[in-house]
Design a protein around this ligand. Structure first.
Ligand SMILES: [Zn+2]
Length: 251
């Protein structure tokens, strides 16, 4: 049995630690980039793996499967933050894509992720605002997942776990989601994977270290390029994003 209250409390603690308030939707990728020493890698990790977390006294690394939907990637990152902050200081987790994982700590990490992205109190308030005391329809579920930035299935299962929906409605609530979201006036970004050309990317601490080497002139420029290419940052090495070369601030 999961201790949901404990996991909800942990989600609130981490929000606070990372400078977020208790209720608002979060830009989790931006938050993760501010975590000291954390390297974030996006990579096509295959059919079965949603993410990985590697940590010891030298390394903090989270990898996210970039072929999954944007909403699921946000969920996966929150899941990996649970491993990073609330499990052993040294460890290695390879996490399954399935949302019904069997091991206790995987289930805890999923529940934590759900609370982190959609805090208990603010989800309840959003449900009340959207549907009053009525039954939640597909359009309500879509509005909620769009507001909190969480994948459709993760939102569905959260609503099941809180007693708002029944699990036997999964089929009814899981087809035609993207087109329904478009009809309702939402962007479809939440439901799409990262574009193929951006699926391999590294952000965070590794890049900061390479930049430090470059600033201090400690290694050759060829070596810097090699380190960047190892991190899939050909965009930096080859200046692929030419748009920002004009010198004007981009707004
Ligand atoms: Zn996990």
């Amino acid at each position: 049995m999961l201790d949901k209250l404990d996991l909800s409390t942990k989600a609130q603690e981490l929000r606070e630690l990372l400078g977020e308030d208790a209720n608002s939707p979060v830009d989790i990728f931006s938050l993760a980039n501010q975590i000291d020493g954390l390297t974030l890698v996006f990579y096509p990790l295959g059919e079965n793996i949603s993410g990985m977390c590697v940590r010891d006294n030298k390394i903090k690394l989270i990898a996210i499967n970039s072929t999954m939907s944007y909403g699921r990637q946000r969920f996966s990152l929150a899941h990996e933050l649970y491993h990073l902050y609330f499990e052993d200081e040294s460890g290695f987790n390879v996490c399954s894509k399935r949302l019904d994982p069997k091991s206790e700590n995987e289930r805890c990490a999923d529940q934590f992720a759900s609370y982190f992205l959609a805090p208990y109190k603010s989800l309840r308030a959003a449900i009340k605002k959207a549907a009053g005391d009525g039954q939640l329809s597909m359009r309500h579920v879509i509005a909620l997942e769009q507001y909190f930035g969480i994948s459709h299935l993760a939102m569905f299962w959260r609503l099941v776990s809180e007693g708002y929906l029944s699990s036997d409605k999964l089929k009814d609530y899981s087809s035609g989601v993207m087109s329904a979201a478009r009809y309702l006036g939402f962007e479809d970004k939440l439901y799409k994977p990262t574009p193929v050309e951006l699926q391999k990317r590294t952000y965070g601490y590794y890049l900061k270290q390479v930049e430090e080497l470059r600033q201090k002139d400690l290694v050759s420029s060829g070596k810097i390029d090699e380190l960047l290419l190892d991190a899939f940052r050909d965009d930096i090495v080859f200046g692929l994003d030419e748009d920002d070369q004009g010198g004007d601030a981009i707004d």
